[in-house]
Design a protein around this ligand. Structure first.
Ligand SMILES: Cc1cc2nc3c(=O)[nH]c(=O)nc-3n(C[C@H](O)[C@H](O)[C@H](O)COP(=O)(O)OP(=O)(O)OC[C@H]3O[C@@H](n4cnc5c(N)ncnc54)[C@H](O)[C@@H]3O)c2cc1C
Length: 311
């Protein structure tokens, strides 16, 4: 089965774009997790569509990933196919608005990094993307998560996204279609895959845009444990609270399970201090949830997507 599948995947994508038994620690920012049976990196929309159609038809499970910066893959890994939309699916183009209004649209393929889109916006003197350029994700992952920071979120600038639905149709979805809300989109439920997204940005001063990006990058460096692997904020913000503050007030900074630790620098981050297994990280997440709940009655919900098989 695995040999047949390998042959079919190579036939669809070329041998250089199909790898077998790939450790998910190499494609996720937590640097933990077991192997994927296959890691496929399609280079064009045609390849993505052909691959998805084949996998659907053959009932082979698949997981689409971007930069792996919001994922915890369990140690048993992922059966089936991981479809990574990465650097080879990352073009960014600009279009003038037809209504004559100020600004422009930027359209980015799903694998484009948010930092690259931010850079393109700055080069073109377009403002509105500054909040997102320090988030270490891809455009596809950011739309799926409705990523946000410093008072803004993808929802505020998204004009539309082209989405490959499980039935093989490509739909142009508005933000309303995508039902973007706090770290959630309808893609969580409908299984759609973002192929590209178009953002509406306004004219700005390139120097001011650059300065704002630098200011936010400095904020991240000084407050977040960027020197350790993590998936960013581990928990969603519970209504009326801040997850990091609840965890800090519960005295959990520095709490460890194996190589996983609640960051001493920012209690909202679980970090991999070195050699953490996904089981360590998941156990620590559970421990933090239990202790915070026992003390405050607040249920912390992971923002990080936990996927894959237990060992
Ligand atoms: C140091 C650090 C700081 C962070 N700061 C922030 C922050 O300020 N704000 C914030 O919101 N997040 C933050 N994050 C989390 C993360 O970067 C974002 O959630 C980001 O949007 C995830 O993008 P990704 O490409 O890495 O997605 P992945 O981690 O690869 O995937 C995340 C989810 O999206 C799905 N997905 C990926 N690509 C697609 C696609 N093309 N179509 C459909 N679904 C897809 C995956 O299946 C998965 O369910 C941070 C993470 C780190 C490590």
């Amino acid at each position: 089965m695995s040999k047949d599948l390998r042959g079919t995947l190579i036939g669809l994508l070329g041998a250089e774009n199909v790898k077998e038994h790939v450790s998910m620690s190499s494609v996720t920012t937590f640097r933990a997790g077991g192997p994927a049976d296959f890691l496929c990196t399609p280079v064009s929309e045609e390849q993505i569509r052909a691959l998805a159609a084949f996998l659907q038809e053959a009932h082979i499970p698949y997981l689409v990933i971007g930069n792996g910066s919001n994922l915890l893959v369990r140690d048993g890994g992922i059966r089936g196919v991981v479809l990574q939309l990465g650097s080879r699916f990352s073009a960014v183009t600009a279009q003038e608005p037809e209504d004559g209004r100020d600004g422009a649209f930027l359209t980015a393929q799903a694998g484009a990094k948010l930092s690259a889109v931010g850079h393109e916006a700055q080069m073109r003197a377009l403002s509105g993307f500054e909040f997102a350029c320090g988030i270490p994700g891809s455009v596809g992952g950011a739309v799926r998560m409705n990523a946000g920071a410093y008072g803004a979120e993808i929802k505020d600038i998204l004009c539309c996204a082209r989405v490959l639905m499980p039935d093989g149709q490509v739909k142009t979805c508005s933000p309303q279609d995508l039902q973007l809300s706090y770290r959630h989109s309808a893609l969580d439920e409908n299984g759609g895959m973002v192929l590209s997204a178009t953002f509406r940005l306004r004219c700005g001063d390139p120097e001011q845009i650059r300065a704002r990006m630098a200011e936010l990058a400095e904020k991240r460096r000084s407050r977040q444990p960027l020197e350790f692997p993590s998936a960013g904020s581990t928990f969603k913000r519970p209504k009326g609270y801040f997850a990091g503050k609840l965890i800090m007030d519960a005295g959990l900074k520095g709490l460890s399970v194996g190589g996983a630790q609640v960051s001493e620098k920012h209690a909202g981050f679980v970090i991999n201090r070195g050699g953490a297994t996904a089981a360590d990280i998941e156990a620590l997440i559970g421990e933090v949830q239990n202790r915070v709940f026992a003390l405050t009655g607040v249920k912390l919900e992971p923002e990080v997507k936990i996927v894959g098989e237990r060992e």
